[in-house]
Structures are given as C-alpha cells and as structure tokens.
Design a protein around this ligand. Structure first.
Ligand code: GTP
Length: 347
C-alpha cells in the first residue's frame, strides 16, 4: 500500500517560519516533521511513498531524495500551480494503486494504521476518513454518522448544542482510486470542502473511523508551541536523536556546555551546540543543531531551529527562531516568532 503525503500547502498561518519552507519541513524536536511522519508510517509497515509537492518543493526533494536513506521508496508528484488538496491527489493519480492512504503531512498523528485499513476493507467504503475527537467541536467541521459509520454530513463550526458529535476529519484517509473519478484534473479543488461533501451527497460510500492516540494540527504558532510542550512532557512519543542525560534533559552529540550552565528541565539540546558559561536554559526549551549560545544567556520556553546564534547576556522568553537567526548581546525578546527570509533579512 502506498501513502500519499500532501506536503504542498503554503502554510500561511505559520509564517514567517514557512517563508521558503514547506510547513511539514518545520523542525519538531530538531528534525523535520515530515521525517517523523515517514518514520511513523514505516513502523506501521508502509514502505512506498508519494509526496505531493508544490510550495518550496526543492527543500523536500533535496532532503528526502529517493528515500533510500530511510529504507523506503519515495516518488514525487509535482504541481506547477496550486491545486488544493483534492487537485494534488488527482495530480498524483498515475503514481497510485487501486487503494492508497492519504495524509495531510502537517498533521501530528500517533495512531496505529492497520485498524483503519481493516475497517475500510470490511465496510467496503470508497473512502474512509480517519476521525479524531476534539473538546471544542465548534472550531471545526464535525461529522454525523449512521450506526454503521457511514458519514451522513459535515456540520461546519456548529455551536456546542448543535454538534452531532465531537468527531472531526483527522486528515488521514484510505481511498479507492475510483473516488478520484469526479475530480477535474489540473484544477484547484479542496477534498474537505468539495470532494467529500459531493461524495457524501451522492451516497458515494464515505465512512468514518475513529482513530485513537495523539492528534494535533500544527498549523498555527500556538499549536506548534503546544506540540513542543507535549513532546517535552512526553505526551507524544517521537523518535529523538538526542539522548536523555538527566531527567527531562536531552542532549545531542558533540555538544559543548560551559561551566556553571543550568538546565531547567525539560530541555532538548541538539548536536554540536555550544553553550557559554553561566547560561540558564529552560524550561520547555529546544535548541537546534549547531546553535551557538553565548555566556550568561537566559533562554526559556523557546524553540530555536538549527544554526542560531544568541550572543552573551541576551534573554529570550517564549520565542521561536527559524534557522540561522542571530540575536545580539544583551537583547531581550519576549513572544517573538522570527525567521531569516530569503535574502538574509530577519523578520
Ligand atoms: P495555511 O496556508 O496556513 O492554511 O496552510 P496550508 O496551505 O498548508 O493548508 P492546510 O493546512 O489546509 O493544508 C493541509 C495539508 O494539505 C498540508 O499538509 C498542506 O501541505 C497540504 N496542502 C494544502 N494545499 C495543498 C496543495 O495545493 N497541494 C499539495 N500538494 N498539498 C497541499
């Protein structure tokens, strides 16, 4: 079974982190989220992938290549123009088999895949939408199902008492190729807003299956921060390359920690990081590979991607820095989300 990973969106809600970077390539726990997705699906027995790419596609192709480094096979379906989620699946059709898995590559999901595939097989569905339950259904499109699990309708952003359930589309589908027949080629079409509602209306066999386990859509900076909190609180188990050297203190290889440095757990420090004397790092802080932190820096509740430089006596609180950002000596930053834009300008 092949898995099609939708990784071509613009990621506007995560700007400026997604300037020049596809959202699924955002670093999570010091490696691109898309790599975590690949590792998870590989664990679930999937070896063949198609990546549907558009915005900043070279970043993905350059990082993953043909997938052999991960022991999997990756093909690419490239969109010349923005095609939306259904248009992207249609564009990848020649690379897909009769039945395939589709995943929004920015969804944080830790759920076994086999029960979903079994349910799809047994129900004879054309499409099975993986569902997750949320506390606040009024922010989402909520599904109403019959007793067999067939989806009768989506109710967009219902008030609490109108919501037929707390179940929403989790961004993971099993699809039969026949489901693509009605999608026009090379046009922008949304699977959530157009294709699924049309199939449901024509009684096309759209079922829903409740997935267990952790689920989060990392599409906004708040949720991106929450994801890191959950990671450091061990609410989501991801494969980290760093080793836990003390309770809640993960440190990578070849990292050089100065004298009198205090780690306030939980913290995650990448490979080849240098931290100057008497700096205080944490809690809830992630420092990316090859970062240089000067002496007496205070860094808390912040996420720094790789190659950032923070000069001596600077203070950061609740910040997110994209790759290669530099903060001058003695500067104080609170709640900043910054990135180096193409051309070298910091925003
Ligand atoms: P926002 O601009 O912040 O809404 O993000 P987005 O463009 O990524 O949209 P959204 O979060 O709705 O996308 C859900 C998933 O579908 C993400 O993994 C996107 O990468 C992917 N996606 C969205 N639009 C496209 C598209 O036109 N082509 C491809 N290949 N993937 C898409």
């Amino acid at each position: 079974m092949k898995a099609l990973l939708l990784a071509g969106g613009m990621g506007t809600r995560l700007r400026p982190l997604t300037e020049g970077l596809p959202k699924p390539m955002a670093l999570v726990g010091n490696r691109p989220w898309l790599e975590h997705v690949l590792l998870h699906l590989k664990q679930e027995g999937i070896r063949d992938f198609v990546m549907a790419v558009h915005h900043s596609q070279d970043v993905i192709r350059h990082y993953f290549g043909d997938g052999s480094r991960w022991g999997v096979s990756i093909q690419y379906a490239v969109e010349q123009t923005r095609l939306g989620t259904a248009g992207a699946i249609k564009n990848a059709e020649p690379l897909l088999g009769d039945r395939f898995l589709v995943l929004n590559a920015d969804i944080i999901l830790r759920s076994p895949i086999v029960p979903l595939l079994d349910y799809h097989e047994q129900s004879g569905a054309l499409v099975t939408i993986g569902l997750t339950e949320v506390d606040h259904p009024s922010h989402y499109g909520v599904v109403e199902q019959d007793e067999r699990g067939r989806i009768i309708r989506f109710v967009e952003k219902p008030s609490l008492h109108e919501a037929p359930s707390r179940r929403i589309n989790a961004g993971l589908y099993v699809m039969e190729k026949k489901a693509l027949a009605s999608i026009p080629a090379q046009q922008e079409v949304s699977i959530e807003r157009e294709t699924f509602p049309q199939l449901i209306e024509s009684h096309g066999g759209v079922f829903g299956f409740l997935l267990g386990g952790y689920w989060l859509d990392m599409g906004t900076t708040d949720r991106y921060r929450k994801l890191h909190r959950d990671l450091l609180d061990r609410k989501i188990a991801l494969t980290l390359k760093e080793k836990e050297r003390g309770q809640g203190i993960w440190v990578g290889e070849h990292t050089d920690v100065g004298s009198g440095v205090l780690f306030v757990p939980p913290v995650l420090i990448g490979d080849r990081v240098r931290i100057g004397d008497r700096s205080v790092i944490g809690p809830y802080t992630v420092i990316g590979d090859d970062c240089e932190i000067g002496a007496q820096v205070r860094c808390s509740e912040s996420i720094l991607w790789d190659r950032c430089k923070v000069h001596r006596e600077a203070q950061l609180n609740h910040c997110i820095f994209g790759s290669g950002l530099e903060l001058g000596a003695g500067h104080l930053l609170h709640e900043a989300v910054m990135n180096v834009l193409p051309g070298g300008v910091a925003q």
